[in-house]
Design a protein. Structure first.
Length: 355
């Protein structure tokens, strides 16, 4: 089996971060989402991985390289424009050959992996197997209708009146039969080749499509709230390790990872927290579920339930909560309240407390 990972797309819901950073490289618990995906693929025994990349391919290549650090071999497949998930299958045809494959959306988090689903696909080998999960608002998803034997009877993209609450999540298993289906379908109203149309076509031509309800934690990390939710869950599973410097005036409680080269000075850290290498926490208080990236500096500040990307600098501001602070961004004090001085980029969202 091979794997096809989709890491193109524009990530519009995560702007302004995704103007300069692929959404798949936004870190959760200090590890890029894409790396979490690749590790799940490696853990089911797949070593040949094709990655669909767009106009930010260079940054993805810089992080993933040839894949050897993750125990896989990577082939990069450029996509000129995001023309649909089935279009990705089409342009990867030469790489995929006649092998079965798993297609994995590179911005989806599956905590707990997918080993059982992969084993079932290999054992039963339907033409296609999809993973689904129950959602409260099916109108926002591709929705599967499934019979008592787990066979998919219908797939509907964002139905106005859903007949099921089973949303299709971003992991699909395919035999080579999907290629003929992709070749037969036409672009949808939004001008894309939809994978739901290809799967429906596959079933219409006699292929068996099965569905399995995913029981682990799944999240499409398309919003800041989703990222923070994933960050909390993953940090809840860390085990403390103090490999960096912590002075005697600091207090560290709970599960806290302080990587080599990081420094904690006159500060209070209450885990779970991860502080990456070469960051400095000084005269500050970090609360639970905080992930501090590399080369960050937090001085005379208070931060909790937040993600600080590489090089972020927070100084003189307390009460930072539920925040995502971008690479090399600076958050500082404008002086005594009620003054606020802001430098705000395109599509930024700010919430400012008022008396």
């Amino acid at each position: 089996m091979k794997a096809l990972v989709l890491a193109g797309g524009n990530g519009t819901r995560l702007r302004p971060f995704t103007y300069s950073l692929p959404k798949q490289l936004v870190p959760v618990a200090n590890k890029p989402i894409l790396v979490h995906c690749l590790e799940n693929i490696r853990d089911i025994g797949v070593s040949e991985v094709g990655i669909i990349v767009g106009d930010q391919a260079a940054q993805i290549r810089a992080v993933v390289g040839d894949g050897s650090r993750y125990g896989i071999k990577v082939t990069y497949i450029p996509q000129a424009a995001p023309l649909g998930l089935a279009h990705c299958v089409g342009i990867a045809r030469d790489f995929l050959g006649d092998d079965d494959f798993v297609m994995y959306l590179g911005d989806n988090m599956l905590v707990g992996g997918m080993a059982e689903a992969a084993a079932d696909f290999v054992a039963r080998r339907p033409a296609a197997k999809i993973l689904v999960t129950q959602v409260t608002d099916p109108t926002q998803y591709g929705v599967a209708e499934v019979d008592a034997d787990g066979v998919v009877t219908a797939l509907v993209e964002k139905p106005a009146q859903p007949r099921s609450n089973l949303a299709v999540i971003g992991v699909y298993f395919f035999t080579p039969a999907i290629h003929a289906a992709v070749a037969r379908i036409k672009p949808s109203r939004r001008g894309e080749l939809e994978i739901t149309d290809a799967i429906s076509d596959l079933a219409a031509h006699g292929g068996t499509v099965t569905a399995e309800e995913y029981r682990g934690y799944w999240k499409d990390t398309g919003t800041v709230a989703d990222l923070l939710d994933c960050n909390r869950l993953l940090l809840d599973g860390v085990q403390g390790l103090h490999a960096g410097y912590v002075d005697t005036a600091s207090t560290v409680t709970g599960e806290v990872i302080i990587e080599p080269g990081a420094r904690v000075v006159r500060s209070t850290l209450t885990g779970p927290i991860v502080v990456a290498a070469d960051s400095v926490i000084e005269d500050s208080c970090l609360g639970p579920h905080t992930a501090v990236g590399r080369n960050c500096r937090v001085t005379n500040a208070g931060v909790q339930d937040s993600i600080l990307l590489e090089g972020a600098h927070v100084s003189g501001v307390t009460g930072i909560n539920g925040s995502l602070i971008g690479r090399w961004a600076t958050v500082g004090s404008a002086g005594p309240a009620p003054l606020h001085r802001l430098l705000v980029g395109d599509h930024t969202q700010l919430e400012v407390a008022v008396a």
